[in-house]
Design a protein around this ligand. Structure first.
Ligand code: MOS
Length: 752
């Protein structure tokens, strides 16, 4: 394994670095996608189906068309051609709802778009959309919450490619379970959840002849470009996607949804820029959500707690249109050492919008189930849940049969237990009190994938002593702007405030999707290679400039450190700033490009690459008034080198908050009569807010993982949310004696 790159003392890598775009955001100068205005801009409002199953049999647009300011009413008969897009190699062109809008008159979920009003103002467009009369042939929708697998094939084409129903198998899990001294067989349920980023989704589209530009708050601008190019029959270079700032996404903005091609088709029709911003209600219906899951976990163990069998059988909801694979078994095959194991799944068709990735997709609901089962097994055995995990710590990834690139989960447990004071835990239900409150303590482990998407970047050194780092990725609020600035500063010696960052535009070198917590790890090697190439170009310039102190030297006699060029043999003391080298050559700029290769889903991988961590949670319980609060959380994360600990802690805190919301509040509920998400507003869909939050203490281990990149940095986005719900429900049980196996924990559960 290579050793980690040496980081100069002056480098901002590993230092708490406030966001470079922070001032723009807090001063309101940051322009989000729907803030952009263009001359002649029109507004579009979709008409949402009010049934979840059936057909559109009539569409009366006469009244709407006559309304003031209305420019067009689009529907199936007049929208023009929109083609399907197809999945490309290497996770290219992912689209979890590939059916182009208005492709047929079948309604498969409530809120499916059936028409679009385009007008001079948003208000006119809304009024026109409301005036369109739609008649339906109505069928009974299936939004049944009880999930039974209803599709059989062993291999199914999903939005990510083919998936096998049997995910992992080793040994003889049935026999081992049957013969196990201690058995646990429980089913855990997680509800549909909706992402609810504060910034709503939307598209502003405009055409210039054959060139299409869209402003879209996307987590993956190049993926968006590829899908739209196919849908509108364009070469990819004719499509430009701009995403300068994103008001977070949590996965909802990873892939194109039906509103994107609708806005593009409307702009094509009216020959003007068109803006379409979803309502909050629409985002519940037609812009992705976390699939409901039902997960049966069977554990067999010896009397001392050593696992002998693990079976994880889960079912998740899919839409009528697509299979989005909710990979609940993501961590199951490697988290613990167990000789006999089976992970398999099924899907249940429902009349709902297509589910999609939501913060820690698969692993977050999956680890809720498996970590809950481990906690229950520990209680059943009468041993400490940390001790049970310690006893079952694997030496290698037993699913892939590969060594871990790095795994320090036991050290996470040690540090977490110490910081939390876990040794003071008395295991009896309701046995711990403080200030008149009953305390519940619970814990869980977690993991999340680590790796890289392919990425490219460019770095410029400029004659004014500044540098520019360009990468066509996007900052979804996680701090990618700042990471790019830190990487540029570290390599060029230019102070952070003189590093210009360019991102969020497909006219830049193709950067990674902001998904899977992989963006940071992906851009490190690309930016570093680009900077090395810019520096190499600079050294060439230095040797070829007449009058340069380095004239006629070989470039390999020269070195570059902290922004200065010098002769290696004479040391850095007499170095010349790169701006001087460029000015003497009358060059404004030298540019280097760099690439990094994908390291995700690679069947020839030599290592199993993941981040690990754990959460220790205290809840307080007042049975007299049935008041449950999360009192404090201690989280320890092993994610390699943390490039920006300030932003990293912020990410993990956000993940923990998400996890507490998952445990106690969040659930999207569908009306069995008409299939509508009933609580489709921020008033009725409860997310965790500051008032719900306890102190959250975040610690990072510092083990650079150089299998991932030369800095040893893994991602720190989604792992913060993984495992939290299992720790919370364990704490709830410890305080109240009630085992809740269907999220969220409702106060009614605790009154029994
Ligand atoms: Mo994340 S669900 O990959 O945005």
């Amino acid at each position: 394994m290579p050793t980690a790159a040496r980081i100069p003392a002056t480098s901002p890598i590993g230092r708490d670095t406030p966001r470079v775009d922070g001032k723009l955001k807090v001063s309101g100068k940051a322009q989000y996608c729907s803030d952009f205005h263009f001359p002649g801009l029109l507004y579009a409002v979709p008409v949402e189906a009010t049934i979840a199953a059936g057909r559109v049999v009539g569409l009366d647009t006469a009244a709407a068309e006559k309304m003031p300011g209305v420019r067009a009413i689009l529907h199936r008969a007049n929208i023009g051609k929109i083609s399907r897009s197809v999945l490309g190699p290497g996770f290219a062109r992912i689209c979890v709802e590939r059916r182009p809008p208005f492709e047929d008159d079948v309604v498969r979920y409530y809120g499916q778009y059936v028409a679009l009003a385009v007008a001079d103002t948003f208000e006119s467009a809304k009024a026109a959309a409301d005036a369109i009369r739609v008649t339906y042939a109505r069928e009974k929708p299936n939004v049944d919450a009880d999930l039974k697998a209803d599709d059989d094939p062993d291999v199914v084409e999903t939005s990510y490619g083919p998936e096998h129903r049997m995910q992992s198998e080793r040994g003889d899990p049935d026999a081992a379970f049957a013969n196990a001294a201690v058995k646990l067989d429980q089913t855990y349920v997680t509800p549909s959840q909706t992402h609810n980023p504060i910034e709503l989704q939307g598209t502003t589209a405009m055409w210039d002849g054959p060139m299409l530009t869209i402003y879209e708050e996307s987590q993956g601008i190049f993926n968006m470009r590829g899908v739209l190019a196919q849908m509108f029959g364009l070469p990819e270079e004719n499509v430009r996607v701009v995403t300068r700032f994103v008001g977070s996404g949590f996965g909802s903005k990873l892939w194109p949804w039906a509103h994107c091609p609708l806005a593009v088709a409307a702009a094509r029709q009216v020959g003007k820029p068109v803006k379409l911003v979803l309502s909050r209600k629409m985002t519940f219906q037609s812009a992705g959500h976390r699939a409901r899951t039902q997960q049966r976990v069977r554990l067999g163990a010896a009397k001392d707690g050593k696992l002998v069998s693990l079976q994880h059988d889960y079912v998740y909801e899919r839409s009528m249109l697509e299979v989005y694979h909710e990979n609940c078994g993501e961590a199951t095959a490697f988290q613990y050492s167990v000789p006999n194991l089976r992970v398999r799944f099924g899907r249940a068709r429902r009349n709902i919008g297509t589910p999609s990735d939501m913060r820690g997709p698969g692993a977050v609901p999956g680890l809720y189930a498996t970590e809950s089962a481990m906690n229950e097994l520990a209680d059943q055995l009468g041993i400490d849940p940390v001790a049970l995990r310690r006893m079952n710590e694997p030496k290698i990834d037993e699913g892939l049969k590969l060594p871990f690139s790095s795994r320090h989960l036991l050290e996470c447990f040690d540090l977490g237990a110490e910081k939390f004071g876990w040794s003071k835990r008395s295991p009896g239900v309701g046995s711990m009190k403080r200030d008149g409150l009953t305390l519940g303590w619970g814990m869980a482990g977690c993991s999340w994938i680590a790796g890289r998407f392919p990425a490219s970047a460019s770095v410029q050194l400029r004659d004014d002593g500044t540098t520019r780092v360009a990468c066509g990725t996007q900052d979804i609020g996680t701090g990618t702007d700042t990471i790019l600035a830190q990487l540029g500063a570290a390599k060029t010696g230019v102070p952070l405030e003189k590093v210009e960052v360019a991102l969020g535009d497909t006219s830049l070198p193709e950067g990674p999707t902001s998904g899977g917590s992989l963006a940071t790890a992906s851009i490190v090697p690309a930016v570093f290679a680009a900077a090395d190439n810019a520096i190499a170009a600079l050294l060439q310039v230095a040797t070829r400039t007449s009058g340069s102190p380095f004239e006629k030297r070989n470039a390999d006699e020269l070195a570059f450190e902290d922004g200065r060029v010098f002769v290696k043999a004479s040391g850095s003391a007499g170095g010349v700033p790169f701006a001087d080298v460029l000015r003497r050559a009358n060059l404004h700029v030298v540019t280097g490009s760099g690439k990094s290769e994908a390291m995700f889903g690679d069947p020839s991988a030599k290592f199993s690459t993941h981040a690990f961590g754990c959460h220790f949670v205290e809840v307080t319980w007042q049975p007299e008034i049935a008041r449950l609060r999360v009192g404090r959380v201690v989280t320890v994360i092993d994610a390699g080198r943390i490039i920006n600990p300030l932003a990293g802690r912020n990410q993990i805190e956000g993940g923990v908050i998400f996890g507490i919301g998952m445990a106690l509040f969040e659930h999207t509920t569908y009306d069995p009569q008409n299939g509508a998400p009933i609580n489709a507003s921020l008033a009725d869909y409860i997310v965790a807010v500051n008032a719900d939050m306890p102190p959250i203490e975040v610690h990072f281990l510092d083990y650079p993982d150089t299998v991932i990149n030369e800095l040893g940095a893994k991602g720190v986005g989604e792992i913060g949310a993984a495992g939290v719900a299992a720790a919370v429900t364990a704490a709830v049980h410890h305080a109240t004696g009630v085992r809740v196996r269907e999220l969220p924990v409702k106060i009614e559960n605790l009154l029994a």
